[in-house]
Design a binder for this molecule. Sequence first.
Ligand code: PMV
Length: 332
Amino acid sequence: MNYVKIVRASAPAKVMLFGEHFVVYGCPAILGSIDKRVSVTAKHIGSAKINISSNRGLLASYSSEKLEKPDPKYSEAHNTLYPIYAAVHGILKDHFNVDGKYRGVEIEINSDIPWGAGLGSSAASCVATVGAVKSLYFKPEKKWVYSRALGAERIIHENTSGADCNISTFGGLIYYVKDTQNRKLKSKAELSLVVLITAIKHSTGSQVSYVKNFRNQNRSLFNDLANRATRICNKAVSALRVGNIIKLGELMNENHILLKELGVSNDEINGLIRFCLDIGATGAKLTGAGGGGSVIALLPNENLASFIRKIRKKGLRQYFPARIGSYGLLIE
Ligand code: PMV
């Protein structure tokens, strides 16, 4: 068998327009892929190793033969990259003993997605890595990539809704419900969004655990918030269909109030949102797990330049305009 020696694949970041956290408990969410990507190069090597490096400065080497276990005594890089390693090991295992020449793989991750910012950087890394490594053997179906990437994402936080891996694999703008068929959405208006990144990196796992405890202790309040989140999400589908940016913005604001009640927002996020609304956003909310991470602001397309000028004047530097609907997984 002649295997390919080297493959590159890339996958996009995402924003959650509606429904984060509630999506973990079966409510719908609306997500869009954005034009920031992680690119992964996978290369066969002769030694029995899985070597992974990233432009975040992480570097780790693992066995390709026996699946190592994560262990706190290992370096931070070793543990951070472990889910990626586990996914790669699983793919190699399927193909072991097929060709004695190649016994391991080298993975290079290059990402322009800010990490710990609620933009799905870990899911995109899992998707691009699975896509690249499997393509060393043959080109996989996206559905297959999604399920393997989801397995890796579950190591990062076991309660993942799967939404991040789904949007990163398939791209576009989607209406997502955990474990069911998801559908592509069309927006009649172009969605002009600005992502503003707070100074606080978050851990999705801890935020999701926090919400789990909140739900256990406040079941009826949580159910009420979840029902309201579902209604908002469904109204947003109609607003998107007719291209009503004003309505969509209002719904984003309403969604943010629910996230505040859930306790996943904080003063920095709320301050940024107030500022965005003051300078012309039709709506703004946190995106992703919260506790830090990013805020998204929606605005009429023609206001983008003046909005950005005002952000800069305020001295904010961690922001970028985002276009919704980038390609999902791409394999070169
Ligand atoms: O912050 P991020 O990009 O990891 O997004 C997490 C989204 C949650 O709804 C909070 C969790 C999930 O698995 O959907």
